[in-house]
Design a protein around this ligand. Structure first.
Ligand code: SF4
Length: 251
């Protein structure tokens, strides 16, 4: 985009809104801050993120259990934080209803961000559902492109990842540079376990996706999610039959 004007006053600097650049010094600073936050609670990490990056701090959520706890914490720490959901057009009705329940409970309106083409237009253009034959392309078109656009105006976002979710996620820093989206990624739940998350949901009566009570540990779009058997990896129910376990948003 536009390069920022030098020598502008505080207001001008804000208006110019330069994107953050991953200079060596900035990355070193983030690594140090991440290290210092290793022993902080998720609430403290979120409060730090808000103080450091708001109003250029946001969160994308698919309304999973982890995301719901972050929404709950943000409602206490910084309810004005913008939160958005990638509305692919293929989400379960239970997921869409959860957005309404969040509004009722917290007064927070999670913004739907949608791809340019509706599902009908997209399928018509491609001669049928793309998820059936090319889920990577479908995710690219209906999630990644939308997310990239959303990331453009931000300096940082919260991610709901936990280190114990997968070997890929085990090394996630609490604060790190998100190369793919060119902003700071903050993972307040990095050190939390699945049971920490569910304990918080139960203790605070946090709304959650009712599909979790029907055998779906991880809920994505309906065409690409199935019930997972006992003892299976919790993401095994996503993109069954494809060499694909992530939507390409986290690596
Ligand atoms: Fe398409 Fe499935 Fe990806 Fe959703 S999860 S965007 S339906 S491929």
């Amino acid at each position: 985009g536009e390069s920022p004007e030098p020598d502008e006053g505080p207001q001008g600097a804000l208006a110019a809104d330069p994107p953050l650049a991953p200079t060596e010094a900035f990355l070193a600073e983030l690594a140090e801050e991440s290290q210092q936050l290793e022993s902080a609670t998720p609430q403290e990490i979120l409060a730090w993120a808000v103080q450091r990056f708001a109003p250029k701090f946001s969160m994308a959520t698919a309304f999973g259990p982890e995301g719901m706890t972050i929404i709950h914490m943000l409602s206490e720490v910084a309810p004005e934080t913008p939160i958005f959901n990638l509305e692919t057009g293929y989400q379960f009705k239970e997921t869409l209803e959860l957005r309404e329940r969040v509004k009722d409970r917290y007064g927070i309106e999670v913004e739907f961000k949608r791809p340019e083409l509706s599902v009908q237009q997209y399928e018509a253009l491609n001669g049928g559902p793309v998820y059936k034959t090319e889920p990577n392309r479908c995710c690219f078109d209906r999630k990644l492109t939308v997310l990239k656009k959303a990331a453009k105006g931000l300096h940082a976002w919260a991610s709901a990842i936990r280190r114990d979710q997968s070997p890929d996620r085990a090394k996630a820093p609490i604060v790190g540079w998100d190369k793919k989206f060119q902003l700071v990624k903050i993972s307040p739940l990095a050190n939390s376990t699945k049971s920490d998350v569910w304990r918080m949901i139960t203790d605070h009566d946090i709304p959650y996706n009712t599909l979790h009570d029907q055998g779906y540990p991880s809920v994505g779009c309906w065409p690409c999610t199935r019930v997972v058997g006992l003892g299976e990896d919790e993401r095994a129910g996503r993109w069954t039959g494809f060499e694909k376990t992530e939507c390409g948003l986290h690596n």
